[in-house]
Design a protein around this ligand. Sequence first.
Ligand SMILES: [Zn+2]
Length: 337
Amino acid sequence: MIERLELLLKEAETSIQNASDSKVLEETRVKYLGKSGLVTEALKGLGQVAPEMRPQVGKVSNEVKNRIAELLEQKKEEFESKGGASLPVGWDPSLPGRQSSLGKMHPLTRVQQEICDIFRSFGFDQVEGPDVETDYYNFRGLNFPLDHPARDAHDTFYLSDELLLRTHTTTLQVHVMEKHQPPLKVVAPGKVYRNEAVDATHHHIFHQVDGFLVAEGVHFGHLKGILDSWVKKFFGSKVETRFRPSFFPFTEPSAEVDISCVFCQGKGCRICKQSGWVEIMGCGMIHPAVLENCKVDPEKWSGFAFGMGVERVAMFKYDIDDIRLFYQNDLRFLRQF
Ligand SMILES: [Zn+2]
């Protein structure tokens, strides 16, 4: 009986030693110490042993049992310290992992946010409005005369006689002033729609950031100061601005804002068409008729407004020569930003 037990111990030692993973180790445990394991079975024969031998056989059998349990425990710890205990069979921890790809913001979203962040740092509130507008908010409220060419169906996507896709985010001027009395400082980003033939510099959907400020005693000097500060924050402190007279129905006087070319420092290059200047936005003092439409007293309040195309700013910032690249979802292009 004792010999039999010692033989089992030897066998078990070898099996445990050679166990290749925790699964084999568990099988070994069941084989020797399980309910119908070899050691357990051997102990069932204890009753047939001569009574005077029983204490000694009992002692040896306990020793064998404890020794096997100890060896199993040691081997188990060895696997765990190698990280082998919890690893699925066939899994190779030395293989490189699968990389998950991170998404990021579209360049237009990013530029639009950068534009608005600077105005917000000047104390402007950011608002958004509907893409589908009435003729009133897009045109009549903003002092567009009935025969203004912008109302022509060639430029505007009409959904019905009264409903259209907004052609600018200037619509927010009327929305905000209808609901809130001045003083107001607002910046309004969003998509706009124009029925344009698509080419390298035109697209029928693009993005605009429009803004306005209304308070007591606002004059053109405030307009120049705010826009010049914005340009210097966005493009760099050395960039100059100049204001050229222009026309918009909702501002009087109106101006186009040019900035000195950031690529040639105003010396003249391909991007600025050798002029040293690039047009970046339109602006002007809010027309008194627009204030009146919104029940804001033009005798008491005055203000200025401005608007810029996000694509145009982004194209100039990153030297992109084709607007269509923004909308083609070509990852080779988008990954550069
Ligand atoms: Zn230039």
